[in-house]
Design a protein around this ligand. Sequence first.
Ligand SMILES: Cc1ncc(COP(=O)(O)O)c(C=O)c1O
Length: 371
Amino acid sequence: MLWATSPACTELETHVMDWLVDMLGLPDKFLSNHSGGGVIQDSASNASLCALLAGRERATSYSSNEHGCDARLVAYTSNQAHSSIEKAVKIAGIGRENLRLVDVDEGFAMQADHLAQLIEADRQTGRIPCFVAATVGTTSSNGIDPLPEIGEICRKNNLWLHIDGAMAGTAGLCPEYRWIHNGLEMADSYCFNPHKWMFTNFDCDCFYVADRRAFIQTLSILPEYLRNKPTESGAVIDYRDWQIPLGRRFRSLKLWFVIRHYGVEGLRHHVRRHIELAQQFANWVEQDKRFELAVPPPLNLVCFRHCGGDELNQQLMDRLNQSGDLYLTHTRMHDRLTLRFCVGQTNTEFRHVERAWQRIKDIAEELQSSA
Ligand SMILES: Cc1ncc(COP(=O)(O)O)c(C=O)c1O
């Protein structure tokens, strides 16, 4: 819970989180020897909640913690953001009605000009904009929000900008995919989940803040029974001030093992291969006139559908998932049922993806001929 209760737990976490800044080419401000630092959270949901609390406090000069929430506070995210943002807004006392859902473009990325309009309209009516959550790789379709434009708007309006890179962030391991993080230098906080796409067992979310003082001021609390000399010296990190619970697990150990086992080049190799396999799958879909892509896949998630309509796609997914051979999830895009095929597991190889595509085609054919 404190540095004093397990110095190794704290020190290794700081060390591994700093490694990851270099490995993903993240801005230096997220390093522990700069203004910010990283902490391992259990989930992206909790990371977003902590970021929102910090944004709320910064916008109200830390008074919401003292007196309760100002009902004029407003937060913003795109209509494609993960549901955890809405949940965070409810928990943080902002209220769901005060979460503005920004429109997206044809690639399902946030429209920055709409964000600017919403903020302006709120300011005009005396509201207090405090927080924007942008996404790198939305859950539904892997949409990538335009961080440079969003960052400028947040900077101009002094809003806390949190970037949720839950799954897609891992692609930043490879220099050729670091464009997904363009604009991150303007973020106040960022997270990605090694438990999604970096071979690490659940749970493990890497969360970074640019200004640790503002962040700690939000969550820090020091009852008498936690007082100790190392904390009072100011020379150590107490991660209980960087999260909601007090006690914590030694999560950096498994991350350390993963990084040591694969090495940076090994991790890159797998990420590249996963993206390659997903793109190969997308090519097959594109070339088959019975199927279509719902959106061009930027990374390792392919959103596609059979052209035979929602009912056929539902049956196709149910049959595939019941078979136990592969597992697809679904979403709705442009109000049409859309199947989601994601490559991200340690042992997935070309032959698995090839067989999956064959199974998808076979079952679709069976369904069509029995219709
Ligand atoms: C973009 C995004 N954010 C957040 C989450 C939630 O992740 P967690 O389970 O770590 O809270 C997901 C999970 O699907 C996600 O895709």
